[in-house]
Write a protein that binds this ligand. Structure first.
Ligand SMILES: C[S@@+](CC[C@H](N)C(=O)[O-])C[C@H]1O[C@@H](n2cnc3c(N)ncnc32)[C@H](O)[C@@H]1O
Length: 235
């Protein structure tokens, strides 16, 4: 798959929990402040809030109206359908799209009810004080939207290594404890660790540590489908 822009495509909350390795850890998030950036059209923030967790999502497209977002979401789904179908059973893909539409409706309803949870902000500059969140999550933006030549999806003006470095520094700045990023692999059927991710692990902000993680999350790619987990301090 190839694209000219970052797609407004989002996953249901259970997929997000799975890709960040949080499925068995919801209890552990009680009392935490969580940031999801980019939030996209995902039901994740609504799900966390319903579970009593203090959650905020940022995405520049949150500046758009519901009607504009519906168009963006439909366009993203239409673009993804024929490409992922090659590598997935057809039934599975149809169910996945239905789940995503349902996640999108949950997102829109929650945004309507609690707009303060959905901020129109963009990496690499977030409007939060340092260490504002306990846990910061970032899914399907970093690495995925590097240029095609660099293992991403963008045919032109992909997010380059300098942008990734600035974005990672910002995600770490606003987190008190931990940052999780998914995926950290190339966008290929047989995926590999993205070379930007390897570079970033060797250039973490002072006081941060990190490792590749292997969540049990399948989105049609095989090979190395790792994510990144970063934490402040030793251990
Ligand atoms: C593919 S969606 C990912 C949504 C969700 N995190 C997930 O994993 O399903 C990518 C999102 O990134 C947003 N985006 C684009 N540029 C961004 C930036 N500079 N900072 C934050 N979000 C951005 C897009 O608007 C889009 O909603």
């Amino acid at each position: 798959m190839r694209t000219n822009e970052v797609l407004f495509y989002g996953r249901p909350a259970e997929d997000v929990l799975s890709m960040f390795g949080l499925s068995d850890d919801l209890q552990g998030l009680q009392g935490c402040k969580v940031l999801d950036c980019p939030g996209g059209p995902s039901s994740f923030t609504a799900f966390l809030a319903a579970a009593g967790i203090d959650a905020v999502a940022c995405d520049p497209l949150y500046a758009l109206s519901d009607a504009q977002l519906r168009l963006k979401h439909a366009a993203a789904q239409a673009l993804l359908r024929p490409i992922t179908k090659d590598s997935d059973p057809a039934d599975w893909l149809d169910r996945k799209h239905a789940h995503q539409r349902s996640a999108f409706e949950i997102f829109l309803a929650d945004r309507g009810a609690c707009p303060q949870r959905y901020l129109a902000e963009a990496l690499p500059c977030l409007p939060f004080p340092s260490s504002h969140f306990d846990l910061v999550l970032s899914g399907h933006l970093m690495f995925s939207y590097a240029s095609v030549e660099e293992g991403g999806l963008m045919v032109s003006d992909g997010l380059d290594l300098d942008w990734h470095h600035a974005a990672l520094i910002e995600l770490c700045r606003v987190s008190k404890l931990e940052v999780r990023i998914y995926p950290a692999h190339t966008c290929a059927l047989i995926a590999e660790r993205h070379h930007y991710a390897k570079w970033l692990l060797n250039h973490l902000p002072l006081g941060w540590n990190g490792e590749f993680t292997t969540p049990h999350y399948f989105q049609g790619m095989i090979g190395c489908t790792d994510g990144l987990r970063l934490w402040r301090g030793g251990g």
